[in-house]
Design a protein around this ligand. Sequence first.
Ligand code: LLP
Length: 427
Amino acid sequence: MNAFHYQNNELYCEDIPVSQLAKEHGTPLWIYSENKFLHEYRELAAAFADCDPVICYSVKANSNLSILKSLNEAGCSFDVVSGGELFRVGKAGADTTRVVFAGVGKTDSEIHDALAQNILMFNVESEAELDAISAVAEQMKVVAPVALRLNPDIDARTHHKTTTGKKGNKFGMDIERHNALAAKVLSDPHLQLRGIHMHLGSPILTTEPYEKAAQKAVDVIAELREKGHVIDWINLGGGFGLSYRNDEAPPYSEYAKVIIPYIKQAKCRLALEPGRSIIGNAGVLISEVIFTKREGGKLFIIQNGAMNDLVRPAMYDAFHKLWPVHTPLPVPHDPEAKSIPDCETCDVVGPICESCDYFAKDRALPVLKRGDLLCTFSAGAYGSVMSSNYNSRPRGAEILVSKNESRLVRRKETYEDLIALEIDFLT
Ligand code: LLP
């Protein structure tokens, strides 16, 4: 499903012209297609239906309450990594007994809140964390459900800043510690081992790492059962690929094909934590060209969307497809092509005082002028959630589109918002 498409030389989100939303709400503007992320969720659920998984959308990818609410109503559950995310899914109406809680630094108060809300399980990352969960559970006179996060030392071949399942990453624990902690759980009346957790990195464009991880999970579970654990969950995390360029990400069915046999072999329930693949291509960021400038042999397109809005290019050298909202030129098949007829090669930059404030370098784009709208595609995941007010820039609004209806789901910030938390302390 292509939620963002051109009709009469103009970009639409579902049935609404993007320029209409930009006129109404200003720019920078985040636009999300509800039918696109629901479609992705349903495709994933259908691909894995054979083993009846619990799909825990990874809230960190995009935590807008209206998106969470919509996914919740479609039957999706959630993966949270903080008390704040747990609070959000509660507000969105989630059944917290199907929520998993990951992250290397859970505080006692976060553990307390999660236990009070009866979550499905904690993905435990260290012995110190296991001890803290046990202590809080003892105080609360409950038994805490845990899955130990195994670092399987599998190379997911993704960006070094987003790989998590290799030795030397801060995540999870090696197999020796995993087995030692499993033994500790067995002798602790306040802990119950419910599963094994692995998350390899993000995004993963091949299925082999998942196959290796699932195989490892089966072996580890067999050993744990021999030792007396009643363990019934395999959580393989998220990380499914997203097509930022064309169709580089495999369909969910390819991942399912390699994973499901292992889940059946282990006679376990499957939990998954997809974020990017659900919401990534359901969102765009619309910016407006402020100026164009030629200097040092380069053409710069200076737009009002900047690294404070979308930090991924600055942070990971991430590629995002860009194309004007109005143009007779079709989106090129190879969006990285260095030269395209009727296009100019340019750097697309923001107004922030940093050289890394760019969205694209040496990109061929149709001729742009002041006031033109430029769309940054595949911005639904790790876009607005990673935005900041750097350079005291108010963030833009967020709009949720479904067919020919649009809803403002986060209003744009004002200058007053920028100082709201400080103003009382002026002396
Ligand atoms: N589960 C765990 C334990 C995770 O750490 C993550 C992502 C996910 C699930 C969801 O992964 P996904 O399905 O979204 O790939 N900011 C980076 C990505 C960081 C991913 C962090 N963990 C980016 O913009 O590429």
